[in-house]
Design a protein around this ligand. Structure first.
Ligand SMILES: [Zn+2]
Length: 413
Protein backbone atom coordinates (compact mmCIF):
# COMPACT_ATOMS: atom_id res chain seq x y z
CA UNK A 1 0.00 0.00 0.00
CA UNK A 2 2.75 2.39 1.02
CA UNK A 3 4.80 1.44 -2.07
CA UNK A 4 1.82 2.21 -4.32
CA UNK A 5 1.53 5.67 -2.74
CA UNK A 6 5.25 6.34 -3.32
CA UNK A 7 4.92 5.22 -6.96
CA UNK A 8 1.93 7.51 -7.49
CA UNK A 9 3.83 10.44 -5.94
CA UNK A 10 6.88 9.79 -8.15
CA UNK A 11 4.63 9.57 -11.23
CA UNK A 12 2.97 12.86 -10.35
CA UNK A 13 6.32 14.60 -9.86
CA UNK A 14 7.57 13.21 -13.19
CA UNK A 15 4.38 14.33 -14.93
CA UNK A 16 4.76 17.84 -13.52
CA UNK A 17 8.41 17.97 -14.56
CA UNK A 18 7.57 16.88 -18.12
CA UNK A 19 4.75 19.46 -18.28
CA UNK A 20 7.15 22.16 -17.10
CA UNK A 21 9.70 21.22 -19.78
CA UNK A 22 6.96 21.20 -22.42
CA UNK A 23 5.68 24.58 -21.25
CA UNK A 24 9.15 26.12 -21.39
CA UNK A 25 9.85 24.71 -24.85
CA UNK A 26 6.49 25.97 -26.10
CA UNK A 27 7.06 29.52 -24.91
CA UNK A 28 10.61 29.70 -26.27
CA UNK A 29 10.75 31.71 -29.49
CA UNK A 30 11.30 29.42 -32.44
CA UNK A 31 13.16 31.34 -35.08
CA UNK A 32 15.71 28.60 -35.69
CA UNK A 33 15.13 28.39 -39.42
CA UNK A 34 16.33 31.84 -40.28
CA UNK A 35 19.33 31.46 -42.50
CA UNK A 36 21.83 34.26 -42.19
CA UNK A 37 24.53 34.85 -44.76
CA UNK A 38 27.28 36.24 -42.56
CA UNK A 39 26.72 39.77 -43.78
CA UNK A 40 24.87 40.43 -40.55
CA UNK A 41 28.24 40.29 -38.74
CA UNK A 42 29.98 42.40 -41.33
CA UNK A 43 27.14 44.86 -40.77
CA UNK A 44 27.73 44.85 -37.03
CA UNK A 45 31.41 45.61 -37.58
CA UNK A 46 30.67 48.29 -40.15
CA UNK A 47 28.50 49.96 -37.57
CA UNK A 48 31.50 49.94 -35.26
CA UNK A 49 29.82 47.81 -32.65
CA UNK A 50 33.28 46.75 -31.54
CA UNK A 51 31.96 44.79 -28.61
CA UNK A 52 29.92 42.84 -31.12
CA UNK A 53 32.88 41.69 -33.21
CA UNK A 54 31.86 38.13 -32.94
CA UNK A 55 33.44 34.92 -34.04
CA UNK A 56 30.76 33.57 -36.33
CA UNK A 57 31.74 29.99 -35.49
CA UNK A 58 31.08 30.50 -31.79
CA UNK A 59 27.86 32.46 -31.60
CA UNK A 60 24.24 31.57 -31.83
CA UNK A 61 23.69 33.01 -35.28
CA UNK A 62 19.93 32.81 -35.09
CA UNK A 63 19.47 35.41 -32.42
CA UNK A 64 20.75 38.78 -33.63
CA UNK A 65 18.15 41.41 -32.85
CA UNK A 66 17.49 45.01 -33.79
CA UNK A 67 18.98 46.04 -30.44
CA UNK A 68 22.29 44.37 -31.37
CA UNK A 69 22.64 46.92 -34.17
CA UNK A 70 20.98 50.07 -32.91
CA UNK A 71 19.65 51.67 -29.77
CA UNK A 72 16.36 53.52 -30.19
CA UNK A 73 16.03 54.03 -26.44
CA UNK A 74 14.60 57.27 -25.09
CA UNK A 75 12.65 58.16 -28.24
CA UNK A 76 8.97 59.00 -28.38
CA UNK A 77 6.48 56.66 -29.96
CA UNK A 78 3.63 59.04 -30.63
CA UNK A 79 2.29 59.85 -34.08
CA UNK A 80 4.46 62.61 -35.52
CA UNK A 81 5.94 64.07 -38.67
CA UNK A 82 9.34 65.72 -38.38
CA UNK A 83 9.46 68.79 -40.62
CA UNK A 84 12.85 70.26 -39.83
CA UNK A 85 14.03 72.37 -36.94
CA UNK A 86 14.66 71.25 -33.38
CA UNK A 87 14.73 67.58 -32.70
CA UNK A 88 15.35 65.30 -29.76
CA UNK A 89 18.26 63.05 -30.61
CA UNK A 90 19.11 60.06 -28.44
CA UNK A 91 22.58 58.99 -27.28
CA UNK A 92 23.25 57.07 -30.49
CA UNK A 93 22.12 59.87 -32.79
CA UNK A 94 18.62 58.60 -33.61
CA UNK A 95 15.48 60.70 -33.88
CA UNK A 96 11.97 59.92 -35.15
CA UNK A 97 10.99 61.39 -38.53
CA UNK A 98 7.67 59.72 -39.31
CA UNK A 99 5.54 57.82 -36.83
CA UNK A 100 1.97 57.02 -37.75
CA UNK A 101 -0.06 54.94 -35.33
CA UNK A 102 -3.14 55.75 -37.46
CA UNK A 103 -4.78 57.00 -34.26
CA UNK A 104 -5.81 60.25 -35.96
CA UNK A 105 -8.45 59.69 -38.63
CA UNK A 106 -8.94 62.30 -41.36
CA UNK A 107 -12.28 63.09 -42.98
CA UNK A 108 -10.79 62.90 -46.47
CA UNK A 109 -8.16 60.70 -48.10
CA UNK A 110 -9.78 57.47 -46.84
CA UNK A 111 -8.92 58.51 -43.26
CA UNK A 112 -5.16 58.83 -43.93
CA UNK A 113 -3.10 61.95 -43.22
CA UNK A 114 -3.10 63.73 -46.63
CA UNK A 115 0.22 65.43 -45.87
CA UNK A 116 1.97 62.06 -45.86
CA UNK A 117 -0.16 59.43 -47.55
CA UNK A 118 -2.06 58.87 -50.77
CA UNK A 119 -3.89 55.77 -51.89
CA UNK A 120 -2.03 53.85 -54.57
CA UNK A 121 -2.66 54.65 -58.24
CA UNK A 122 -6.36 54.29 -59.01
CA UNK A 123 -6.08 52.00 -62.00
CA UNK A 124 -5.88 48.46 -63.22
CA UNK A 125 -2.93 46.77 -61.55
CA UNK A 126 -2.78 43.62 -63.65
CA UNK A 127 -4.79 42.27 -66.53
CA UNK A 128 -6.02 38.72 -66.14
CA UNK A 129 -4.00 35.83 -67.55
CA UNK A 130 -7.09 33.69 -67.53
CA UNK A 131 -8.50 33.38 -71.02
CA UNK A 132 -12.21 34.20 -71.26
CA UNK A 133 -12.18 35.71 -67.75
CA UNK A 134 -11.51 39.44 -68.06
CA UNK A 135 -13.18 39.85 -64.65
CA UNK A 136 -10.18 38.17 -63.01
CA UNK A 137 -8.23 41.40 -63.50
CA UNK A 138 -6.74 43.05 -60.40
CA UNK A 139 -7.86 46.67 -59.95
CA UNK A 140 -6.53 49.09 -57.34
CA UNK A 141 -9.34 51.30 -56.05
CA UNK A 142 -9.02 53.76 -53.11
CA UNK A 143 -12.40 52.55 -51.85
CA UNK A 144 -10.67 49.36 -50.70
CA UNK A 145 -8.48 51.32 -48.24
CA UNK A 146 -9.77 52.70 -44.94
CA UNK A 147 -8.66 53.59 -41.42
CA UNK A 148 -10.60 51.63 -38.80
CA UNK A 149 -9.82 51.30 -35.09
CA UNK A 150 -6.35 52.86 -35.42
CA UNK A 151 -5.35 50.54 -38.22
CA UNK A 152 -5.25 50.85 -41.97
CA UNK A 153 -7.30 48.12 -43.60
CA UNK A 154 -6.79 47.14 -47.23
CA UNK A 155 -9.63 44.96 -48.40
CA UNK A 156 -9.42 42.47 -51.27
CA UNK A 157 -12.63 41.19 -52.79
CA UNK A 158 -14.26 40.18 -56.03
CA UNK A 159 -17.10 42.51 -56.97
CA UNK A 160 -19.44 42.12 -59.92
CA UNK A 161 -21.24 45.38 -59.27
CA UNK A 162 -18.52 47.86 -58.30
CA UNK A 163 -20.00 51.31 -57.88
CA UNK A 164 -16.88 53.58 -57.78
CA UNK A 165 -17.41 56.30 -60.40
CA UNK A 166 -13.76 56.38 -61.52
CA UNK A 167 -13.59 52.60 -61.86
CA UNK A 168 -16.87 52.69 -63.79
CA UNK A 169 -15.49 55.33 -66.16
CA UNK A 170 -12.52 53.02 -66.86
CA UNK A 171 -14.87 50.08 -67.40
CA UNK A 172 -14.02 48.18 -64.20
CA UNK A 173 -17.36 47.23 -62.72
CA UNK A 174 -16.59 43.53 -62.48
CA UNK A 175 -13.12 42.60 -61.18
CA UNK A 176 -11.00 41.67 -58.21
CA UNK A 177 -10.50 44.87 -56.25
CA UNK A 178 -7.82 45.77 -53.75
CA UNK A 179 -5.28 48.57 -53.30
CA UNK A 180 -2.59 50.17 -51.24
CA UNK A 181 -1.30 53.44 -49.86
CA UNK A 182 2.03 55.18 -50.05
CA UNK A 183 3.94 58.38 -49.31
CA UNK A 184 3.65 59.31 -52.98
CA UNK A 185 0.69 60.62 -54.90
CA UNK A 186 0.38 59.48 -58.50
CA UNK A 187 -1.79 62.11 -60.13
CA UNK A 188 -3.66 61.32 -63.32
CA UNK A 189 -2.69 63.56 -66.24
CA UNK A 190 -5.80 64.93 -67.97
CA UNK A 191 -6.36 66.93 -71.13
CA UNK A 192 -8.24 70.24 -71.30
CA UNK A 193 -11.54 68.32 -71.46
CA UNK A 194 -10.74 66.47 -68.25
CA UNK A 195 -10.14 63.22 -70.11
CA UNK A 196 -7.10 61.05 -69.21
CA UNK A 197 -4.13 61.54 -71.54
CA UNK A 198 -3.11 58.18 -72.99
CA UNK A 199 0.31 57.05 -74.23
CA UNK A 200 0.93 55.19 -77.50
CA UNK A 201 -0.08 51.93 -75.80
CA UNK A 202 -3.38 53.40 -74.64
CA UNK A 203 -2.26 53.59 -71.01
CA UNK A 204 -3.22 56.42 -68.69
CA UNK A 205 -0.35 58.75 -67.72
CA UNK A 206 0.49 59.86 -64.19
CA UNK A 207 2.70 62.40 -62.51
CA UNK A 208 4.55 61.03 -59.50
CA UNK A 209 4.45 63.47 -56.57
CA UNK A 210 6.44 62.32 -53.57
CA UNK A 211 4.82 63.48 -50.34
CA UNK A 212 7.47 62.15 -48.01
CA UNK A 213 10.80 60.43 -48.55
CA UNK A 214 13.94 59.55 -46.64
CA UNK A 215 17.39 58.19 -47.40
CA UNK A 216 18.83 55.86 -44.73
CA UNK A 217 17.37 55.18 -41.32
CA UNK A 218 15.33 52.56 -39.57
CA UNK A 219 11.89 51.68 -41.00
CA UNK A 220 9.47 49.45 -39.10
CA UNK A 221 5.84 48.43 -39.59
CA UNK A 222 3.49 46.08 -37.81
CA UNK A 223 1.19 44.27 -40.21
CA UNK A 224 -1.19 41.36 -40.44
CA UNK A 225 -1.87 39.73 -43.77
CA UNK A 226 -4.60 37.33 -44.75
CA UNK A 227 -4.16 33.60 -44.42
CA UNK A 228 -5.58 33.14 -47.88
CA UNK A 229 -4.55 32.01 -51.34
CA UNK A 230 -3.96 34.43 -54.17
CA UNK A 231 -2.79 37.30 -51.98
CA UNK A 232 0.49 39.16 -51.96
CA UNK A 233 1.07 42.07 -49.64
CA UNK A 234 4.25 44.07 -49.28
CA UNK A 235 5.96 46.84 -47.31
CA UNK A 236 8.53 48.44 -49.58
CA UNK A 237 10.52 51.52 -50.46
CA UNK A 238 11.07 53.02 -53.88
CA UNK A 239 13.06 55.95 -55.22
CA UNK A 240 11.69 58.12 -57.98
CA UNK A 241 14.84 57.60 -60.06
CA UNK A 242 15.04 53.85 -59.54
CA UNK A 243 14.11 53.25 -63.16
CA UNK A 244 17.22 55.08 -64.37
CA UNK A 245 20.14 53.03 -65.52
CA UNK A 246 23.62 53.84 -64.36
CA UNK A 247 25.10 54.42 -60.90
CA UNK A 248 23.83 50.92 -59.97
CA UNK A 249 21.45 51.12 -57.02
CA UNK A 250 23.02 54.24 -55.51
CA UNK A 251 20.56 56.48 -57.37
CA UNK A 252 17.59 54.49 -56.10
CA UNK A 253 16.83 50.88 -55.27
CA UNK A 254 13.50 49.24 -54.75
CA UNK A 255 13.80 47.83 -51.23
CA UNK A 256 11.22 45.15 -50.46
CA UNK A 257 11.25 45.01 -46.68
CA UNK A 258 8.90 42.09 -46.91
CA UNK A 259 6.86 40.37 -49.59
CA UNK A 260 4.31 37.76 -48.62
CA UNK A 261 4.34 36.09 -52.02
CA UNK A 262 5.24 32.68 -50.69
CA UNK A 263 2.17 31.35 -48.96
CA UNK A 264 0.47 29.05 -51.39
CA UNK A 265 -2.27 26.52 -51.76
CA UNK A 266 -3.10 26.56 -48.08
CA UNK A 267 -0.05 24.43 -47.29
CA UNK A 268 1.06 26.86 -44.60
CA UNK A 269 4.46 27.08 -46.22
CA UNK A 270 5.82 29.91 -44.15
CA UNK A 271 8.22 31.78 -46.31
CA UNK A 272 8.87 35.47 -46.46
CA UNK A 273 10.90 37.42 -48.97
CA UNK A 274 13.23 40.40 -48.85
CA UNK A 275 14.54 41.84 -52.10
CA UNK A 276 16.43 44.67 -53.78
CA UNK A 277 15.88 45.77 -57.38
CA UNK A 278 17.82 48.44 -59.21
CA UNK A 279 18.54 49.75 -62.75
CA UNK A 280 14.87 49.71 -63.67
CA UNK A 281 12.57 46.83 -64.50
CA UNK A 282 13.59 46.04 -68.07
CA UNK A 283 16.47 43.97 -69.41
CA UNK A 284 18.93 46.09 -67.44
CA UNK A 285 17.26 45.22 -64.12
CA UNK A 286 19.39 43.88 -61.31
CA UNK A 287 17.92 41.88 -58.46
CA UNK A 288 19.17 40.51 -55.20
CA UNK A 289 16.85 38.73 -52.84
CA UNK A 290 16.47 36.35 -49.99
CA UNK A 291 13.60 34.06 -49.09
CA UNK A 292 13.35 33.04 -45.46
CA UNK A 293 12.08 29.58 -44.71
CA UNK A 294 10.54 29.88 -41.31
CA UNK A 295 9.74 27.41 -38.60
CA UNK A 296 6.96 29.55 -37.19
CA UNK A 297 3.89 30.46 -39.16
CA UNK A 298 3.77 34.13 -40.12
CA UNK A 299 0.37 33.53 -41.73
CA UNK A 300 -1.20 32.89 -38.34
CA UNK A 301 -3.61 35.81 -38.36
CA UNK A 302 -1.48 37.81 -35.90
CA UNK A 303 0.46 41.03 -36.25
CA UNK A 304 4.16 40.74 -37.11
CA UNK A 305 6.80 43.41 -37.42
CA UNK A 306 8.99 43.83 -40.47
CA UNK A 307 11.83 46.28 -40.46
CA UNK A 308 14.85 47.58 -42.31
CA UNK A 309 18.01 49.22 -41.08
CA UNK A 310 19.44 51.14 -44.04
CA UNK A 311 22.88 52.57 -43.36
CA UNK A 312 25.43 54.08 -45.79
CA UNK A 313 27.20 50.69 -45.76
CA UNK A 314 24.47 48.05 -45.72
CA UNK A 315 20.85 47.00 -45.50
CA UNK A 316 19.74 44.75 -42.66
CA UNK A 317 16.28 43.19 -42.63
CA UNK A 318 14.35 41.96 -39.59
CA UNK A 319 11.23 39.89 -38.96
CA UNK A 320 9.67 40.24 -35.52
CA UNK A 321 12.85 41.98 -34.42
CA UNK A 322 15.23 39.22 -35.52
CA UNK A 323 17.86 39.83 -38.21
CA UNK A 324 16.97 37.77 -41.25
CA UNK A 325 19.15 39.13 -44.05
CA UNK A 326 21.87 41.70 -44.65
CA UNK A 327 23.51 42.85 -47.85
CA UNK A 328 25.12 45.78 -49.66
CA UNK A 329 23.46 44.83 -52.96
CA UNK A 330 23.39 47.54 -55.61
CA UNK A 331 25.95 49.62 -53.72
CA UNK A 332 23.37 51.12 -51.30
CA UNK A 333 20.87 53.74 -52.37
CA UNK A 334 21.88 57.28 -51.36
CA UNK A 335 18.62 59.00 -52.30
CA UNK A 336 15.31 59.52 -50.48
CA UNK A 337 12.74 56.82 -51.06
CA UNK A 338 9.02 56.73 -50.42
CA UNK A 339 7.09 54.08 -48.48
CA UNK A 340 4.54 51.75 -50.02
CA UNK A 341 2.07 49.29 -48.49
CA UNK A 342 0.42 47.37 -51.29
CA UNK A 343 -1.76 44.35 -51.82
CA UNK A 344 -1.96 42.29 -54.97
CA UNK A 345 -4.09 39.42 -56.22
CA UNK A 346 -3.04 36.53 -58.44
CA UNK A 347 -3.51 37.11 -62.16
CA UNK A 348 -6.38 34.66 -62.45
CA UNK A 349 -4.24 31.56 -62.90
CA UNK A 350 -2.80 31.20 -59.40
CA UNK A 351 0.40 33.00 -60.34
CA UNK A 352 1.41 36.31 -58.87
CA UNK A 353 2.09 39.16 -61.28
CA UNK A 354 5.84 38.76 -60.88
CA UNK A 355 6.24 35.02 -61.28
CA UNK A 356 5.51 33.52 -57.88
CA UNK A 357 2.82 30.90 -57.49
CA UNK A 358 0.50 32.31 -54.86
CA UNK A 359 -2.63 30.20 -55.37
CA UNK A 360 -6.09 31.10 -56.58
CA UNK A 361 -7.95 34.02 -55.05
CA UNK A 362 -11.45 32.93 -54.06
CA UNK A 363 -14.35 35.06 -55.24
CA UNK A 364 -16.64 34.13 -52.37
CA UNK A 365 -14.49 35.59 -49.60
CA UNK A 366 -13.14 38.97 -48.53
CA UNK A 367 -9.57 39.25 -47.31
CA UNK A 368 -7.98 42.02 -45.30
CA UNK A 369 -4.44 43.36 -44.97
CA UNK A 370 -3.95 45.39 -41.76
CA UNK A 371 -1.25 47.93 -40.95
CA UNK A 372 -1.10 48.86 -37.27
CA UNK A 373 1.74 51.37 -37.37
CA UNK A 374 4.74 52.59 -39.29
CA UNK A 375 7.78 54.11 -37.57
CA UNK A 376 10.74 55.73 -39.25
CA UNK A 377 13.88 57.08 -37.60
CA UNK A 378 16.92 58.88 -38.93
CA UNK A 379 20.44 58.99 -37.53
CA UNK A 380 22.41 62.23 -37.61
CA UNK A 381 25.55 60.25 -38.52
CA UNK A 382 23.99 59.11 -41.80
CA UNK A 383 22.94 62.56 -43.00
CA UNK A 384 26.26 63.55 -44.60
CA UNK A 385 26.15 60.46 -46.85
CA UNK A 386 22.83 61.42 -48.46
CA UNK A 387 23.21 62.38 -52.14
CA UNK A 388 22.58 66.10 -52.79
CA UNK A 389 19.21 67.09 -54.20
CA UNK A 390 18.76 68.31 -57.78
CA UNK A 391 18.47 71.98 -56.77
CA UNK A 392 20.85 71.79 -53.81
CA UNK A 393 18.05 72.58 -51.38
CA UNK A 394 16.83 70.20 -48.67
CA UNK A 395 14.72 67.36 -50.05
CA UNK A 396 11.02 68.19 -49.92
CA UNK A 397 7.77 68.09 -51.89
CA UNK A 398 8.97 71.28 -53.61
CA UNK A 399 11.84 69.54 -55.42
CA UNK A 400 9.89 66.26 -55.53
CA UNK A 401 12.70 64.58 -53.56
CA UNK A 402 14.73 64.49 -56.76
CA UNK A 403 18.47 63.86 -56.40
CA UNK A 404 21.35 65.34 -58.39
CA UNK A 405 21.98 62.00 -60.12
CA UNK A 406 21.61 62.37 -63.85
CA UNK A 407 22.14 59.18 -65.73
CA UNK A 408 23.37 59.16 -69.34
CA UNK A 409 20.71 56.52 -69.86
CA UNK A 410 17.84 58.52 -68.38
CA UNK A 411 14.60 57.66 -70.05
CA UNK A 412 15.91 54.45 -71.65
CA UNK A 413 13.82 52.27 -69.43
ZN1 LIG B 1 -12.36 52.91 -58.03
Amino acid sequence: MKLKKILITISLILLMAISAVLLVSCTRPTYDKFTLNGWEYIALNKMQKKDKELDITKVDITRLRVSDFIDLGGLKNETLLYQGGDKEVNAEGWYPTLIDNFDVTYNENRGLNPDIWATSRHDIRHETNKKFHPEYADVWCPQMVSVVNNQVVVKAAYDDNHTCEVCKSYGYTKARFTGGFETRDEVLIKDSNGKPVLDENGKRQYKSNILWGQAYGYFEASVKFPDADGMWSAFWLQGNEMREIGFDGTDGTEIDIYESAFRKDNKKVSRMGHALLWNGYGSSAKVEGHINKLEQNLYDGKFHTFSLLWTPQCYIFFIDGYATWATNGGGISRVPEFIRFTNEIDTGDGWGPHGQKIGQFKHDQENYFYIDYVKVYQNIKFESSIAPSKDGKPYSKENNYESHFVSPYDGVN
